[in-house]
Design a protein around this ligand. Structure first.
Ligand SMILES: Cc1cc2nc3c(=O)[nH]c(=O)nc-3n(C[C@H](O)[C@H](O)[C@H](O)COP(=O)(O)OP(=O)(O)OC[C@H]3O[C@@H](n4cnc5c(N)ncnc54)[C@H](O)[C@@H]3O)c2cc1C
Length: 375
């Protein structure tokens, strides 16, 4: 006897997306989230994440295309606008805009390679040195609103939502899994564990995971000098620093105030020990960066926040099934844009409707040649 067909542990972007995808296929779903829905202690809070097609890796370019279509389906399903296209820029000595342009050309994704002078003409207030890649199919997704939309539409189709219900242990049996909570047990045919930075403590001893490094990251919001200037594209700039920038939405203040952060250099921590204190050295680096590269911004941060990355050594996602457990860890600081697709892929694995992406399997992450880890 099972209480539910599919238990989803965690209601960040990935768990919430899985609930949406599985209920769209008529599955019975229970979502267990240790904190109130929409909390800010994990990786999915805030009003903006970058969505983009430009990756140096054809696999991710292909997946972004599928994800973009599914975001539009979620918008249609929920009646909310979630994705706003601004276009995207890639530049800097460490970024190889021409190489990414070649990958986009191969994937038939519209793009332009511009000299720095032309980019500065088009986007006054931004500075460039080398070639700049522009592609129009990029922008932001509202992360808070997306989590809410996934959960609301899943609940409409019958998902049972249990906020403030921590899963304290998982006990896989052959054809089902028992989930223990303070309120009692739940038995499910499958459990998708989308526990973000809590994945390793919860799955330790049950699943051999790759090294998952949890870091506390910080983001800063800077207002435009001219709040009525045209919005800039989202930007990936890899040079002395690896920096991303995007319109920050509600968190950033009015108009096109920018959310800006370092992709790397987070402080290693754990979900339990993170302190939520912004690293002053990062604030200093980003403030100097803004003064040098983005003279169209007021270089005094208007607002700041912390967030957790859970990163694999290759920055590839983990998405695989082991017995009744689906391990779903798509972060490494770039998972949000794929969430609408990850829900589908996790549901495929939970319902035996599809096989894992070979690069995302536990075996691939652990350097095993085959998929012998999976049953
Ligand atoms: C600062 C920052 C900026 C980012 N920017 C971008 C970007 O621009 N573009 C992009 O594509 N990606 C971006 N990302 C990455 C993206 O946000 C993450 O990939 C995504 O949010 C991961 O979602 P998740 O559901 O795996 O994790 P989480 O959001 O952390 O969700 C996990 C959930 O599981 C719950 N949970 C854990 N253990 C238990 C338990 N035992 N019982 C019940 N519940 C449990 C947690 O409370 C949590 O709610 C960024 C991430 C950060 C931190």
């Amino acid at each position: 006897m099972t209480d539910t067909e599919l238990a989803v542990v965690g209601a960040g972007l990935m768990g919430a997306a899985t609930a949406w995808a599985a209920t769209r296929r008529g599955r019975s779903v229970t979502v267990l989230e240790q904190y109130p829905f929409g909390h800010d202690r994990g990786s999915s809070h805030g009003s903006a994440r970058i969505v983009r097609r430009a990756y140096p890796d054809p696999l991710y370019v292909r997946l972004t295309g599928r994800a973009m279509r599914l975001w539009r389906e979620l918008e249609f399903d929920s009646g909310r606008t979630l994705v706003r296209l601004t276009g995207g820029l890639d530049h800097g000595l460490g970024r190889d805009p021409a190489g990414i342009a070649a990958v986009l050309r191969q994937a038939r994704v519209l793009h332009e390679l511009l000299p720095a002078t032309e980019a500065e003409r088009r986007w006054p207030g931004m500075r460039f040195t080398g070639p700049v890649l522009f592609h129009p199919e990029a922008g932001t997704v509202d992360a808070d609103a997306a989590v809410a939309a996934f959960l609301r539409t899943a609940a409409k189709r019958g998902a049972e939502l249990r906020p403030e219900t921590a899963v304290v242990a998982l006990e896989p049996k052959e054809d089902r899994v028992v989930l223990r909570t303070a309120e009692g047990e739940l038995t499910a045919r499958r459990a998708v564990v989308a526990a973000g930075a809590w994945a390793a403590p919860l799955l330790g001893g049950l699943v051999e995971l790759p090294r998952l490094t949890v870091t506390q990251q910080q983001v800063f919001h800077f207002p435009r000098h001219d709040p009525h200037a045209s919005p800039w594209p989202v930007t990936i700039h890899q040079d002395a620093l690896s920096v991303y920038s995007l319109p920050g939405g509600r968190d950033g203040g009015p108009h096109d105030a920018r959310k800006i952060a370092e992709h790397d250099r987070g402080r290693p921590t754990t979900a339990r020990d993170r302190d939520g204190i912004v690293d002053p050295a990062s604030r200093e680096r980003i403030t100097r960066y803004v003064a040098e590269w983005l003279p169209g911004l007021d270089p005094r941060p208007f607002n700041e926040a912390t967030c957790l990355y859970t990163t694999t050594p290759t920055e590839d996602f983990v998405l695989d099934r082991l017995g009744p457990l689906v391990v779903c860890s798509p972060c490494s600081g770039h998972g949000a844009k794929f969430a609408a697709l990850i829900g589908e892929l996790a549901t495929d694995l939970a319902t035996d409707a599809g096989r894992p992406e070979p690069r995302f399997t536990l075996a691939a992450h652990l350097g095993r040649a085959d998929d012998s880890l999976r049953s």
